[in-house]
Design a protein around this ligand. Structure first.
Ligand code: KIV
Ligand code: ZN
Length: 529
């Protein structure tokens, strides 16, 4: 992808690769496709759809995404080895344009201790990889993994050699989030001063957030000449995450003059929707204080602040919630919602009446609402373009719940009926309280013996018949899983939340088993060659 406008910043999104790699549960093909289509609407230029050699599932998802994108360029990751590069080519060769992203580590610790090679070998591998990729496509990105800790002379040499071999984008990752903005800006500045052929490629940055510097490092790199940013929605990614898409896009948008007119093609009003879709599909809550997209990002608590905002919003608000697409919406979509509500929600999401068949969407909506309880915007959108067989099947469903609550001398007792696969089972039991009694029954029915580590309840609407949303975090085999449930009855919300988490555990086990059963050589760690 070429960039002739010196102020245009290319947005390379890696939510589906670096972000997905860090999730507790892998996403399936249809979930990845839905996120990719949303990223395209958001205005992302390059979508890193996955790492095709890593598994047949990743290969198929990259292929499907490549075939479905119209404006954004699809990209696949490969280590600097022939079979990886060929796998990206095989997944994406149907596309009119596509990018191969190949990488190798360049820091001393990675070269010597991880790869057990010397730097000359690394240069040769990088050049071979870039040349091979250039035989397949004109759009080749090369990344110097752990560039942030690479001696500057080596980094300059590597960047020059990669460009010489034909790389059209060279990425400088701060893989372990080690650098500080002035330092990282200095690295980019030095590259522009010392690499003679640097004007033949776009310089990109990929900053991890281990010291909380990812956005700062990314912005300072742009001030020093980088013109591509690698980001993830909600800042997902390995460990402390990657630079967050919404933070960089809104920093450039809000402080355009400060950044001398640098701009991206991101559509700010699509940001909230993107954030909610990624959080929902990836089952990763957005922290309330998260910049731009957290639930508190636009809330004013102190009296002085509230007074100021009432007089003039600009006193304490540099971005409005509406400018990033947050809209007041207190109407929940449940099995009780009517056709009109579904139609107006779809219209509000930008779908005109002629783009969907309301009868069909409404029928499928009711089926889904029966299974899920609450249906979110991204679920509704999925009904528009995903065929029936792509819909997520759930293993566990709540069929009926009966609870006798405590009081003096009464032992809380629950009876739970659940559909498991195609069969129905009932279990009753007691507990320290009604929720505990229900959880004991569900644990026995699902045979998933997980440990509850966090339980939160909040009202999501007002009045006596308000809905209560329960969020639970459970531990299973050393991993944390999140579940949420919504109902006017908080015991039922609690049951739905735990069942949601059990379904995630079930799917994770299923995917794990598939991986385990895959032929030798298909268990690939993206960071080891
Ligand atoms: O963090 C990193 O260095 C990466 C590379 C594969 C670009 O994710
Ligand atoms: Zn990374």
């Amino acid at each position: 992808m070429s960039n002739n406008d010196k102020n245009r910043v290319i947005v390379f999104d890696t939510t589906l690769r670096d972000g997905e790699q860090a999730l507790l549960q892998s996403l399936n093909e249809r979930q990845k496709l839905q996120i990719a289509l949303m990223l395209e609407q958001l205005g992302v230029d390059v979508i890193e759809a996955g790492f095709p050699i890593s598994s047949p599932g990743d290969f198929n998802a990259v292929k499907l995404i490549g075939e479905s994108l119209k404006r954004s360029v699809a990209c696949g990751l490969s280590r600097a080895v022939d079979k990886d590069i060929d796998a990206v080519r095989d997944a994406l060769c149907q596309c009119e344009r596509y990018r191969i992203h190949t990488f190798i580590a360049t820091s001393d610790i990675h070269v010597h201790d991880k790869l057990r090679k010397n730097f000359d070998d690394i240069i040769a591998m990088a050049q071979n990889a870039v040349r091979r990729a250039r035989n397949y496509t004109d759009d080749v990105e090369f990344s110097c993994e752990d560039a942030g800790r690479t001696p500057i002379d080596n980094l300059c040499r590597m960047v020059e050699c990669a460009i010489d071999a034909g790389a059209t984008t060279v990425n400088i990752p701060d893989t372990v989030g080690y650098t500080i903005p002035t330092e990282f800006g200095g690295i980019i500045h030095t590259l522009f001063e010392r690499v003679p052929n640097i004007d033949k490629a776009t310089i990109s940055v990929h900053c991890h957030n281990d010291l909380g510097m990812a956005t700062g490092n990314t912005l300072v790199a742009l001030q020093n000449g980088a013109r591509q940013v690698e980001v993830c929605v909600n800042g997902l990614g390995e460990r402390a995450g990657n630079c967050s898409l919404e933070e960089v896009a809104m920093a450039l948008h809000t402080r355009k003059e400060y950044f001398n007119g640098l701009y991206t093609n991101i559509v700010p009003t699509n940001i909230a929707r993107a954030s909610q879709m990624v959080a929902g599909i990836c089952n990763e809550k957005v922290p309330p204080h998260k910049a731009i997209v957290g639930s508190n990002a636009f809330a004013h608590s102190s009296g002085i602040h509230q007074d100021g905002v009432l007089k003039n919003r600009n006193t304490y608000e540099i971005i409005t919630p509406e400018s990033v697409g947050f809209k007041e919406n207190n109407l929940h979509m449940t099995a009780r919602s009517g056709r009109h509500m579904i139609k107006s929600r779809l219209n509000a999401l930008g779908y005109s009446d002629d783009t969907f068949n309301l009868d069909e969407v409404y029928r499928r909506f009711l089926e889904l609402a029966d299974r899920k309880g609450q249906v979110f915007d991204y679920d509704l959108e999925a009904l528009l373009f995903l065929t029936h067989d792509m819909e997520e099947q759930t293993q566990f469903e709540l069929d009926n719940l009966n609870v006798v609550c405590g009081g003096s001398g009464v032992i809380p007792t629950a009876s739970v009926r659940m559909k498991i696969g195609n069969e129905t089972f009932v279990e009753s039991g007691t507990g320290d309280g009604p929720v505990d009694a229900v959880f004991n029954c569900i644990t026995r029915l699902t045979k998933i013996d997980c440990k509850l580590v966090d339980y939160n309840i909040a009202a999501t609407s007002e009045g006596m018949n308000a809905q209560g949303q329960v969020d639970v975090d459970v531990l299973y085999n050393g991993r944390k899983y999140h579940g949420k449930g919504l109902s006017t009855d908080i015991i039922e919300s609690s049951a739905l939340a735990l069942i949601h988490a059990c379904n995630s555990i079930y799917r994770a086990q299923f995917i794990e088993k598939q991986r385990h059963d895959a032929p030798e050589g298909e268990h690939i760690d993206p960071h080891g060659v």
